[in-house]
Design a protein around this ligand. Structure first.
Ligand code: KDG
Length: 325
């Protein structure tokens, strides 16, 4: 039985070796980039059984992604191949100011054509957790339909459904995203959201700028049937809300070099805590340590720890972002 099954698009991300406008970039490192495979890798590194389902083109990029993800110990047997459509790609641009931009080449990709029949039912019903991000329903009608189908399948079979809205403004607008994410969140047992994305999960127009507004929104989600709401607020820390109470943790001190993938690492850390039956406060702390560690290294997953190191960092926090001696 897989501890976690997830479905989503992973692209080859071309990461430039130098900073500056893309037009001047001559050297790129390819990396696997996909929120859902990041979560699966995060769990696999901690020793859990994670299964990633997707569609890839019949191309060399697909081979690169399979090798990268499988090489991390993630089960990829649910991946199917499309001879007509390519594997999605993205390019990163790292400006000298520290600003990062991404350019997607994923429209019409193999993964965007995913449909409910592509996912073996047993892969979902035999897992402890289903993880979906709000990126997948933004890819196409059939991808959206697949997300709702999987969420229903999870619910009917007692599989815990975890959702991260992961808003991607290059894929859809907030107006397009809100009804879809709100409906999907109503089916979730666990919502893992950025503070700035929380308002998209209900009929709220404004972001929760005050703690009262944050609590109010989280409680409304709990009243709608969600069992746990975890809220990520970057350097300001993170919160968890559940019917039994709420907790806050300050951000774990690290020197961040690349924040991409931090949210996925947080999700993996939190779900790992639930899989281990840790108290919610401990799940939150573990998640925040995972999220912080992911930022210490360039790339989405390169900074993710194994269980031994995660425990070490949890027991002995780094000194003000520096290194332990
Ligand atoms: O969370 C990091 C991912 O978002 C990124 O690596 C690629 O999944 C991705 C996306 O759709 O932007």
């Amino acid at each position: 039985m897989a501890d976690l099954v997830t479905l989503g698009e992973t692209m080859v991300a071309f990461d430039p070796n130098e900073t500056g406008l893309m037009r001047h970039s001559t050297l790129y490192a390819p990396r696997a980039a996909g929120s859902e495979s990041n979560v699966a890798i995060g769990l696999a590194r901690l020793g859990f059984e994670a299964h990633w389902i997707s569609r890839l083109g019949k191309d060399e990029f697909a081979e690169f992604l399979l090798r990268s993800i499988r090489g991390e110990g993630v089960d990829t047997h649910g991946v199917s191949f499309d001879a007509e459509r390519p594997t999605g790609l993205m390019f990163k641009e790292r400006l000298g100011t520290g600003e990062q931009r991404v350019y997607y080449y994923r429209r019409g990709s193999a993964a965007s054509a995913v449909k409910p029949e592509d996912v073996p039912t047993a892969a979902i019903t035999g897992a402890r957790f289903l993880f979906l991000s709000g990126i997948t329903p933004a890819l196409s009608e059939s991808a959206r339909e697949t997300c709702f189908h999987l969420a229903d399948l999870a619910k009917q079979n007692g599989v815990q459904f975890a959702l991260d809205p992961n808003l991607r403004r290059k894929l859809w607008t907030e107006e397009q995203a809100r009804p879809v994410l709100t409906a999907l969140a109503r089916k979730a047992d666990l919502v893992l959201t950025g503070r700035d994305e929380l308002a998209l999960l209900g009929p709220w127009n404004d972001q929760p700028t005050t703690d009262d507004a944050l609590q109010q929104m989280a409680h409304e989600l709990l009243e709608s049937g969600v069992k746990i709401v975890a809220v990520k607020d970057g350097a300001n820390g993170a919160y968890v809300f559940a019917p039994g109470g709420q907790h806050y943790t300050p951000a774990y001190p690290v020197t961040a070099v690349d924040t991409t993938g931090a949210g996925d690492a947080f999700d993996a850390g939190f779900i790992a805590g639930l899989l281990e039956n840790l108290p919610l406060e401990r799940c939150l702390y573990q998640a925040s340590v995972m999220g912080a560690l992911a930022t210490t290294v360039r790339g989405d997953i390169e900074g993710l720890p194994d269980m031994e190191n995660l425990r070490r960092y949890m027991e002995k926090p780094l000194q003000s972002g520096g290194h332990n001696r």
